[in-house]
Design a protein around this ligand. Sequence first.
Ligand code: GUN
Ligand code: ZN
Length: 441
Amino acid sequence: MSAPAPPNAESSAPETLLLGQIIDFTADPFATPPPDCARHLSRGAILLRGGKIAEVGPAARLGEAHPTARRVDYGAALLLPGFVDAHAHYPQTGIIASWGKRLIDWLEGYTFPEESRFSDALYAATIAGRYLDLAIANGTTTVASFCTSHPESVTAFFQAAQARGMAVVGGKVAMDRNAPEALLDTPERAYDESKALLQRWHGQGRARYAITPRFTPTSSEAQLEAMGALWAEHPDCAMQTHLSEQAEEIAWVKELCPDAEDYLATYERHGLIGPGALFGHAIHLTPRERARLAESGSSVVHCPTSNTFIGSGVFDAAGLAAEGVTTGLATDTGGGSSFSMLRTMGAAYEISQLNGAVLHPAQLLWLATEGSARALRMESEVGTLAVGSAADIIALDLASTPAIAQRAARAGDIWEAVFPTMMMGDDRAIKAVWIGGVGRR
Ligand code: GUN
Ligand code: ZN
């Protein structure tokens, strides 16, 4: 084992060379099958300069060209872009793995009481810091998170991310019905508070704002309309919500909006669709919804550990990708049962098996990095090893436990070597995390 980067140390050297194995996508593996979608360097190097990726190539060549660069050698570990978690609820950190309920009673029984605590700025700051430290420990360097309906929860999230140098997406949850009083706002308040927060945070350093109506059952028509108006004024923000997660939820939407053609239409008629729209779950879709998601350039976010934990259903990753729907991957903490994007890739593989489609390790890795980054419209900054991208990089130990090591030892190629870590790995596989060129773990 080689020495890891010094944690929390800002390098005084102007250049740093990270050495290890490298996989670098050259094409979308859902469109260009492996091995042609990626290049593999068994001994590669990434040159970091000014918090960004300056060069990627064979270790020997980069080493010769940059003799004074600080070297950090990760041996046989795999250097990758940090994972991008495209849908999480940081305020649910404390209630992850809560037993025995499905979506609606899980929200009422566990989630809403916990989220009610986030009017307390100190509590919000404690959980935001805890959540982001857990994310980093699991190799996640960018996350799109729902906050709560309290502006304090948004401030706490962006401040905690700023302190860690992270590029994050976040937003105040808008909700004005069907929830406890302590969580409810109004259409006007949701508009005003969201606007003030986005003016404060969107584009500040690495922060991005997402206009965040929770979902149709908790937002009135008037509130969805207000959120649509705000997004039209600020189209470079993201818009995140939930869509067609569970059968009971869909039936409830039908009751609440009897004149809407389907669930997606309840958002669409208020302008809440299009590039930058992130629809979490999107499991039980009609053919019209699938077509509209593709045509409109919206994104869907696959939350596999949540979909099994809450009992929601089987997401059609391969089918939606084939239809041209941009897809990201996410933990959905704390409906999801893990902070780990490795565990999430494993769950995505298993769910796809139930759906009769075998996802290749390249496709899983793509979803957790560049795919999620594209869904967030952040692929020029995160999710790839492209020159000019932020130096958000992880070193993945492909033999982090005896069980994984013995399987990886007989791998015939890099994809077979990485797959056991996707299926059986956890935070022990995260050997190092660099964020903006700073070693954080
Ligand atoms: N639908 C509306 N709110 C939520 C939430 O917090 N988690 C999940 N999984 N689904 C939701
Ligand atoms: Zn969610």
